[in-house]
Every structure is written in structure tokens, then in C-alpha cells.
Write a protein that binds this ligand. Structure first.
Ligand code: CP
Ligand code: NVA
Length: 304
């Protein structure tokens, strides 16, 4: 059987995603329910950027499944500098059973997948963050089941929003996003997500008005204003994004029960206030935990 990669959430079919959620529910109940499923299997974590959640959840996830993970940070491989992406992919494929990659350029994770003979999982690129969206949609699924809800994303139209749009389109979830002008999702992503949404009869709407976006929402989601690799634009972006802060006033426009979500790391006082992220409706830590449950299901599916 040909190996499969997870570069975009769209690499899975809807039924497969629902299957992952079913498996993830078992892990949530008992993290050790598949103790030896990946015994003698190893993966590499090829990371060009820092990470807490993605790195730790994959490393510990592998151990829980009886396998092993090798972390290769920015200083080890120097992707494309010390060695070509192609050579790295070909060599790692001879040692390991899978690769999780966090890259700057999206093309690098695509090239790793192209040249490796083992599954490659995108652990965040500048374009997409499929593991995040899978964890987030699992979290939403746990709270709302099949109920029709309004998800409001406030902030940067970047990797996290891109994967959420695609995932919502696939699963038939209604998502509304408010971003500053010029910081919306990429056209090609919007087009692909729109097609998926038309098929699943769900809504995707992009606006520049945060208040309109959160109105009557069931979920409010935000991400940092300055993503990794964009630090040079920090000052400009902080000013531009100010009206998009998720604070008490903005949250008061949503449903009283609205869940607060954030992929983390959070820049408290920028995209979200302490008051909101620490509020009783905030599920950000459970959301982080769920990454691990879903990723274990992904590892089982792709590597076993
Ligand atoms: N949300 C997320 O991917 O976190 P890390 O950058 O810490 O992995
Ligand atoms: N958009 C953020 C997500 C971090 C998990 C970034 O790329 O830095």
C-alpha cells in the first residue's frame, strides 16, 4: 500500500476524520489504551521553529503507543542549508517510520513528503496547520456534536485559519472570520474551502468587522497577530490588529455560553486579554490536550 502523508487536512476524507475523532475519544478516556500499537516504530520531528504543544504531544504520543520520537531542531538538520531537503528525506526514510515537520516554507514540507518513502505529517508550515485544525474540530465536536453552530475566528488569516476553513468546509461547520484588510486568508485556500463548504452545505464568510463576526457566535477563536517568522512586522501588525482584540467587550456580543479557543501560544494582552483567556468559557488547555489524542489517532492511521 502506498504511504500517505498529512500535509493538509484535506488529505483525509470526511469519514476518515470522523474515524480519527472516534479513536481520539478512546485516547482521551485512556491514554494507554493502545500501549504497544507502534512498538519498534520511530519518527523524527524535523522542526525549523520552536514548539511546545506540537513537539511534546507527538513525542509523548509516540511513547504512549510504544514507539519512539527523535527531535531534530533547527540547529541539527539546517534544512536546505547543510543538506538538501531531498537528501534529508531519503536518508531519514531509511532510519524511521515517519516524519513530523515544522517548516517555514510550505514547499519544504511538500518536498519532504515527495522524496521520503515514509509518511510525512505537517506540524505547521507558513500555509497550513492541519494537526491544529484536527484537534480543534475534535474539541468542537466534543462540545457540540452535530449541532449547527457559528464559529467566529478573529485575527490573522494565516496557517491556523487556513486549516480551520478547510476543515470546517469538509465537516460542514459554519465559520465566520474577521481579519484586518490585507490580512485575510489566501485566495486559493478560500476558494478550496468554499468548494468544500458548498458540497457540505455550510457557510464560510470573511469580513473586516470583528463585532459583526462574533455576533451570536457559539465559539470565538483567535491566533497570534505576529506568527513565527514575521517578527520584523511586529510593530506594524500590533497597530493594525488592535480592533481585533478578543476582550470582554467583544465577547459580550457572542452567545453567553460561547467557548473561547486559541491555538496557543497566546500573547496575552495582544490578541486576547487575560480576563478572556482565563474565563470559565475558555477551553484553551483542553484544546491543547486534545491535540495529543487526535495526533495519536493520526499516527496509528498513517504509521501502523
Ligand atoms: N499550537 C501549536 O502548534 O503550538 P506550538 O507552536 O507550541 O507547537
Ligand atoms: N500562526 C501561528 C500559530 C502558532 C501555533 C504561527 O504560525 O506562529
Amino acid at each position: 500500500m502506498a504511504k500517505r502523508d498529512l500535509i493538509s487536512i484535506t488529505d483525509f476524507k470526511k469519514q476518515e476524520i470522523l474515524g480519527l475523532f472516534k479513536e481520539a475519544k478512546k485516547f482521551k478516556k485512556n491514554p494507554f489504551c493502545r500501549k504497544n500499537a507502534l512498538s519498534s516504530k520511530s519518527i523524527a520531528l524535523v522542526f525549523q521553529k520552536p514548539s511546545n504543544r506540537t513537539r511534546v504531544s507527538f513525542e509523548v504520543g509516540m511513547v504512549d503507543l510504544g514507539g519512539h520520537a527523535v527531535y531534530l531542531g533547527p540547529d541539527e538538520l539546517k534544512l536546505g542549508v547543510r543538506e538538501s531537503v531531498k537528501d534529508i528525506a531519503k536518508v531519514l526514510s531509511r532510519y524511521l517510520d515517519g516524519i513530523v515537520a515544522r517548516t517555514f516554507k510550505h514547499e519544504d514540507v511538500v518536498a519532504l513528503a515527495k522524496f521520503s518513502t515514509v509518511p510525512v505529517i505537517n506540524g505547521l508550515s507558513e500555509l497550513l496547520h492541519p494537526c491544529q485544525a484536527l484537534g480543534d474540530l475534535f474539541t468542537i465536536d466534543n462540545y457540540f456534536g452535530n449541532k449547527k453552530i457559528k464559529i467566529a475566528f478573529i485575527g490573522d488569516g494565516n496557517n491556523v485559519l487556513h486549516s480551520l476553513l478547510l476543515g470546517c468546509g469538509m465537516l460542514g461547520r459554519d465559520i465566520y472570520a474577521a481579519t484586518p484588510a490585507g490580512c485575510g486568508p489566501k485566495k486559493e485556500i478560500l476558494k478550496a474551502a468554499g468548494k468544500l463548504a458548498a458540497r457540505s452545505k455550510s457557510t464560510i464568510e470573511i469580513t473586516h468587522d470583528a463585532c459583526e463576526c462574533v455576533s451570536n457566535a457559539d465559539v470565538i477563536y483567535t491566533d497570534v497577530w505576529v506568527s513565527m517568522g514575521h517578527e520584523a512586522e511586529r510593530e506594524k501588525r500590533i497597530k493594525l490588529f488592535k480592533p481585533f482584540q478578543v476582550n470582554k467587550k467583544l465577547v459580550s456580543l457572542a452567545k453567553k455560553s460561547a467557548l473561547i479557543m486559541h491555538c496557543l501560544p497566546a500573547h496575552r494582552g495582544e490578541e486576547i486579554t487575560d480576563e478572556v483567556i482565563d474565563s470559565k468559557n475558555s477551553v484553551v488547555y483542553e484544546q491543547a490536550e486534545n491535540r495529543m489524542h487526535v495526533q495519536k489517532a493520526v499516527l496509528l492511521k498513517l504509521i501502523k
